[in-house]
Design a protein around this ligand. Sequence first.
Ligand code: 5GP
Ligand code: MN
Length: 330
Amino acid sequence: MEMRKPNPDAIARCIRKARTIAVVSHVNPDGDTLGSATAMRLILQKMGKEAALFCDGKIPDQLAFLPGAETFRVPTGAEGPFDLMLAVDVSDVKRMGCCALLMERSAKTAQIDHHPTNPLFMETNSVDGDAPATCMMIREQMKTLGVEMDRDIAVCLYTGISTDTGNYAFSCTNAKAFRLTGELMEHHLPLAELNRILFRVKSREQIRLLGKALQSLTFRGKGRIAVMKLTLRDFAACGALSEHADTIVNYGMDTQGTEMAVLARESEDGNVKFSLRAKEPRQVDEIAAAFGGGGHPQASGITMEGTLDEAVEKVVCAMEKYLDETGRQE
Ligand code: 5GP
Ligand code: MN
């Protein structure tokens, strides 16, 4: 069986052989997948390649500043053919959404990812479950490809590293993340401006939606699980989009006494999308996997069919059972 390991040499061989490359980000795109893809586009252009960016869904307004973000397209099936398809920060095939159709339009497929649950679904896989962000792997990839850092690439990589580490605060943050950020600073990284855009500025829609979510906050599992829900009606009342809910789960997590937090939101396609979070040593990845989701030990997600209340009940009951069982072991 193929092992999960970083393999920049194998990716470099794929890239060198290709002329046209489709770079793919995951659905509900975040700073790491978009930072990785936009950096990759700049890197490939420096190598004289033709790179096209794809994502199934809208690029969040907050991340529209990324160089090349305006070139992302949702594939229709008419694109290509490509010599290579390269997925970045995509933990499984489902997370590509409709971009999966590009696999048939590409002679070769490859991926760079840092999710420990990645089932190695491409022909060539470079997967490092210990990397705090895919953007950190992109830096290593640049070295293998012999491409120099510049300010635009630094902006892309900083976006992925800072967002996936919770602005250098999550336990995944390591010395390498700081060292690499030091290197990015040497390329005139606009740190204060990026921090404002990425971590402070909220739209009015986001603030209104936060109010709705906080109103819905309840505590389960003897007070150890914070639960928030957002209905389509809530989104409509706030004039908000799904992306505006992306960091709200943290308020549940930041409430004293909380060990695990859930934010469940109804989405336009009729599914319920869950954001699950846990404080170490608690873990949510296996709970997410049990419902067809996945992610990291302390931050996972699920997309599930069913009504909001029923779906929440199923997931929260599984979390309560987990806390009862792990609680007994201590
Ligand atoms: P978030 O709650 O921020 O949307 O996602 C947290 C983590 O869970 C991310 O690393 C993401 O890759 C993963 N994740 C989110 N939603 C899903 C999903 O529906 N399926 C899977 N497999 N992973 C998800
Ligand atoms: Mn990531």
